[in-house]
Design a protein around this ligand. Structure first.
Ligand code: PA5
Length: 414
């Protein structure tokens, strides 16, 4: 999977040797559990918990933020919620409008909660959990509430772990060696995904197969399919050193909007420190061709673009026939929307390339669990290597604390 065509590759020398050294360091890092996460997940437990939620709930409300939220939402938005139990999301903002919407949706139905937080102390999910737990206690009483709350948190420390033990909530562990934004394929993402009726085994298999690409070949020339993540990491780092400090993740598939949100967090929190980093942005085409397209084509030349493309992606719609040519589009009759979209994708890549935007293409065979597992693994690996090539730690996020300290000071003061 994940073949990269870097369209102006002759212009760039590639320091793959450095990337390989970074990869070796990542493999021995205590936070590298995501590299082989499929070996630690509790699939059977997850499937049985998911079955019980599907049997007794119309809704599962997942409470979490950042890495405890974006990844599983990205996959569910991309593939659809296939079970009769719908997954909803809370605790990812401080908006009472949003939380009130969730409350009005669930209050006259059966629901369960999955509170997901590695630290257990993150403000937004902690507040939402208080509010929704109160609602649940009023509706079901303490015993039934205990059966309907699923806690995904650190294996031993934190208030959520204690809370789960004290009240007998069902719990899943987040491995110590897997940080938030690298955790979607761990227990963090798998319970909501299984409740949504998605195939978590295929997802993990996609990641596992993609992992075989890392050392697959010594041939590291740019347009080969082996070790694609290393080449991507190297070239984007070289671009950053050459004034290209903004990367736009582009897709012609609106269902990937949340995937781009997950990707932004992954790269933003991993690279953006010590005054380093490539600013991660995203576009969803063709919508954004009519908003940001002008800037991309002719604005400041500091942007490079990474397209996620699919070989096969069809919903079956085609342009219908009419007896007259009232809109001048008769030549399109019978042609599928997916073919037209693919042509728009090729046309956009060519236009941006001619406008001097370096363009990567990350190509997946289709939009499925297996492909998304591979894409997630590909970007996680490329991100960790890129961060290390830029001299920063891919696995911490010290800057996130600053607003929390200010907020806590202001709240305590008042
Ligand atoms: O990548 C990270 O570690 C962060 O984005 C966290 O996922 C986010 O801050 C939420 O933290 P927690 O899971 O501890 O509530």
């Amino acid at each position: 999977m994940a073949m990269i065509k870097f369209l102006t590759d002759e212009d760039f020398a590639i320091d793959i040797g450095a990337a390989k050294r970074m990869l070796a360091e990542i493999k021995t890092d205590p936070m590298s559990g995501w590299l082989n996460v499929w070996e630690t997940v509790e699939s059977d437990k997850i499937q049985s918990y998911a079955k019980s939620v599907q049997e007794n709930s119309d809704f599962l409300v997942c409470i979490g933020i950042g890495g405890s939220y974006l990844g599983h939402r990205a996959i569910i938005e991309a593939l659809g919620n296939k079970s009769k139990t719908k997954v909803l999301y809370a605790g990812n903002s401080l908006s009472d409008f949003e939380l009130n919407n969730i409350i009005s949706t669930i209050k006259n139905h059966d629901f369960s909660l999955n509170v997901i937080s590695k630290s257990g102390t993150t403000f937004e999910p902690a507040i939402a959990f208080r509010i929704l737990k109160k609602l649940m206690l009023e509706k079901y009483g303490p015993e039934e509430t205990a059966r309907r709350i699923f806690v995904t948190t650190d294996s031993s420390s934190g208030v959520l772990r204690k809370e789960a033990e004290r009240n007998g909530y069902t719990s899943l562990e987040i491995p110590d060696s897997v940080g938030g934004r690298y955790s979607v394929l761990s227990n963090v993402g798998l319970l909501p995904l299984a409740v949504a009726g998605l195939n978590i085994k295929e997802l993990l298999e996609g990641a596992r197969v993609e992992s075989e690409n890392i050392d697959a070949s010594e041939d590291l020339s740019v347009n080969k399919n082996s070790a694609a993540a290393l080449r991507y990491a190297v070239i984007r780092t070289i671009l950053a050193q050459n004034t290209f400090d903004v990367e736009v993740l582009a897709t012609f598939e609106p269902r990937l909007r949340y995937f781009t949100e997950w990707w932004k967090q992954l790269f933003g929190e991993s690279e953006g420190k010590n005054e380093q980093g490539i600013f991660p942005a995203a576009t969803v085409y063709s919508t954004d061709l009519h908003s940001l397209g002008q800037y991309l084509q002719e604005g400041r030349r500091n942007i490079f673009e990474t397209f996620i493309c699919f070989d096969k992606n069809s919903g079956g719609l085609s342009v219908p026939e009419f007896s007259d040519d009232f809109d001048g589009l008769k030549y399109l009759e019978g042609r599928s929307l997916s073919e037209i979209s693919k042509k728009a994708e090729t046309a956009t890549i060519e236009a941006h390339r001619s406008g001097a935007i370096p363009v990567f293409e990350v190509v997946a065979p289709d939009l499925s669990e297996k492909s998304l597992g591979a894409l997630i693994y590909f970007f996680e690996l490329a991100c960790a290597i890129s961060a290390k090539l830029q001299g920063v730690n891919p696995f911490d996020q010290p800057g996130v604390e600053r607003y929390k300290e200010n907020m806590s000071y202001l709240l305590k003061k008042s």
